[in-house]
Unconditional design. Structure first.
Length: 462
C-alpha cells in the first residue's frame, strides 16, 4: 500500500502551559515501553527505538528519520520553550503520555533532535513500595538537618526523595516546599501542606527558589539537585536555621557526596563548610539498582551514613577517608555499609512486587494498586493530558531476536514472539476527542506511524 497523501495523525492534547498538541507517535512509543516493562525510552534520528528493560538496552523496529524525531520534539514545546531549547541545545519537561507520567529530556545531537524519556511510577511512592529499609522512615522525624540522597544517574534518587516526603506527608502536619527541575512526582497532600515549584517555570534558578522559600514559612525543603556552590551554601544555611532539607547529588559513595559539596567551595571556605555539614547532617543515602533474579525485580541497594559522634568528628576535620571505617564499625549507630545492606536484602522475605496490569517504575517495584490511592496518587499534573487521543502502533517490524544494528551485537530487538497487534495496543485506551482539522503532519518516512500502520495492514492482508 502506497500512500497518495499525507495522513493526518491524531494528537494528544495537553491543557496547561499552552501545550495544545503532543504527537500521538510519542504516546504510542511510551505505551509500547510501558507494556514491555521498560524504565527508559530513547528516540534518536537514524537509530531504532531503544528501550531499557531490567537495566539493559534493546532496540525495536527500523531507524527513525530526522524529520520524524524533529516533529516529536517540536510539538512537546511551545514557541518560547522551543527557542530556548535551540539556544541551549536541550530542554527538560514532565508530562503524561498514554496515561503514564514521564520525564522527558529533548536534546540536539549530531544526527538531529532526540528524546530521552523516563517512565515514572504510576502512584505515590513510599519506602515500602520501593523496597527500601524501613529504618529510612525515621529520618523524616528530625525537625531540622540535611538528608542527602546520592548515586549515579538513573538509580532512583528522585523516587527515594519522593518516598521520604510521602512518609513525612503521612506523619507530620508540616509545610513542605519543593524546588525541582522538572517536577516528576505531583505530591498529594495528606497531613502536610505541600507546595511544588519548578525551576524555569515558577522560579528562575534553584538558588532563587531557595531564597524565596526562606520567606515562605517552610518546615521542610526538597531540592531536586545541588549543582552549584551557591545552592549548596543556601541549603546548608537553611539546615542551620531550623529546616529539614532533602537534596540529591551525584556520587558513588556517601563520603564522596560530602566531599563533592566541600570541594565546590574555595579552599579558604572549606573548613567552615565542613563544620556546617558536621552540625547539620542527618544522613547520606547512596544507592544503586540491583536486579534480583529470584524475585524478578530491580531493587535499590544502599549505603547509609548516619550522623554519629564519630562521623561528625570526621566530617568536621575534613577526614572523609575515615568515614568508610566509621561505617564499618558503626552498626550500632545505624550505619549501613553496602555489604551489610546486601545481607539484609538477602534475608528479606516480603517484597513489594508488581501486580497484573500494573506498570513498572524505574526501580522495577509495584506502585499501582497497593497504596489504595485513586488515579496516579499525585493529583492533576501541570502537564497532564485532558484526553489521550491515542492511536497506537508498535514499531516492531523485524523478526523476534533479529539484530538491527550490525555494528553493535549487544543491541537487538526484544525477543517477544507474541508481538501485540494495533488492536491489542488500542484495547482499553481512551480514544479521546477527535483530532483537530489543522494539525502538524509528519512526513511519510520509514519511521512514521502512518507508514508503519500501512505496513501492518499489508502484513495482515497477506
Amino acid at each position: 500500500m502506497t500512500p497518495t497523501a499525507h495522513t493526518a495523525l491524531p494528537l494528544l492534547t495537553i491543557t496547561s502551559r499552552s501545550k495544545e498538541n503532543v504527537p500521538v507517535d510519542l504516546a504510542a512509543y511510551v505505551h509500547l515501553a510501558n507494556r514491555r516493562g521498560a524504565s527508559d525510552l530513547h528516540i534518536e534520528a537514524g537509530l531504532p527505538l531503544a528501550l531499557r528493560v531490567r537495566g539493559q538496552l534493546s532496540v525495536v523496529g527500523q531507524p527513525l528519520t530526522p524529520q520524524h524525531t524533529h516533529g516529536l520534539a517540536r510539538q512537546l514545546l511551545d514557541e518560547q520553550e522551543w527557542a530556548a531549547c535551540l539556544q541551549r541545545g536541550s530542554a527538560d519537561l514532565a508530562c503524561t503520555l498514554a496515561g503514564r507520567r514521564c520525564r522527558v529530556n529533548v536534546l540536539r545531537t549530531s544526527r538531529g533532535m532526540g528524546l530521552a524519556v523516563r517512565l515514572l511510577a504510576d502512584q505515590q511512592v513510599t519506602i515500602d513500595s520501593l523496597n527500601l529499609h524501613p529504618e529510612l522512615k525515621d529520618l523524616v522525624n528530625h525537625p531540622h538537618g540535611l538528608i542527602l540522597i546520592s548515586g549515579p544517574t538513573g538509580c532512583g534518587k528522585t523516587s527515594t526523595q519522593a518516598a521520604l516526603i510521602q512518609e513525612l506527608n503521612l506523619r507530620r502536619t508540616a509545610h513542605v516546599v519543593t524546588i525541582e527541575q522538572p517536577i516528576e512526582y505531583d505530591l498529594k497532600p495528606v497531613r502536610a501542606f505541600i507546595r511544588q515549584r519548578e525551576v524555569g517555570r515558577d522560579t528562575p534558578t534553584f538558588a532563587q527558589g531557595l531564597l524565596d522559600s526562606l520567606r515562605e514559612d517552610p518546615d521542610v525543603l526538597m531540592i531536586g539537585e545541588m549543582r552549584e556552590a551557591q545552592t549548596m551554601r543556601l541549603t546548608l544555611d537553611a539546615c542551620e536555621t531550623g529546616h529539614l532539607v532533602l537534596a540529591t547529588v551525584h556520587s558513588a559513595t556517601p563520603w564522596e557526596a560530602l566531599q563533592r559539596i566541600v570541594s565546590a567551595f574555595p579552599a579558604e571556605q572549606q573548613p567552615s563548610v565542613c563544620a556546617q555539614l558536621a552540625d547539620s547532617l542527618v544522613a547520606v543515602i547512596c544507592q544503586r539498582l540491583l536486579w534480583r533474579e529470584d524475585i524478578g525485580l530491580r531493587v535499590p541497594e544502599c549505603a547509609i551514613l548516619r550522623s554519629s559522634s564519630a562521623a561528625r568528628a570526621n566530617i568536621r576535620q575534613g577526614d572523609f577517608f575515615k568515614l568508610p571505617t566509621t561505617m564499618q564499625t558503626g552498626a550500632r549507630d545505624g550505619q549501613w555499609t553496602l555489604e551489610r545492606y546486601r545481607g539484609w536484602l538477602g534475608q528479606r522475605e516480603r517484597w513489594s512486587t508488581p501486580t497484573v496490569g500494573s506498570a513498572i517504575s524505574d526501580q522495577g517495584v509495584q506502585t499501582h494498586g497497593q497504596l489504595g490511592d485513586d488515579d496516579d496518587g499525585r493529583g492533576p499534573s501541570a502537564r497532564d493530558t485532558a484526553g489521550s487521543g491515542v492511536s497506537l502502533a508498535e514499531h516492531g517490524d523485524g523478526e523476534p531476536g533479529k539484530q538491527v544494528c550490525p555494528d553493535d551485537p549487544t543491541l537487538q530487538t526484544i525477543d517477544d514472539p507474541a508481538t501485540p497487534t494495533v488492536d491489542e495496543l488500542n484495547e482499553g485506551v481512551d480514544q479521546g476527542p477527535p483530532a483537530p482539522e489543522e494539525v502538524y503532519r509528519i512526513e511519510d518516512d520509514p519511521g512514521s506511524l502512518s507508514e508503519i500502520l500501512e505496513q501492518l495492514e499489508d502484513d495482515e492482508a497477506g
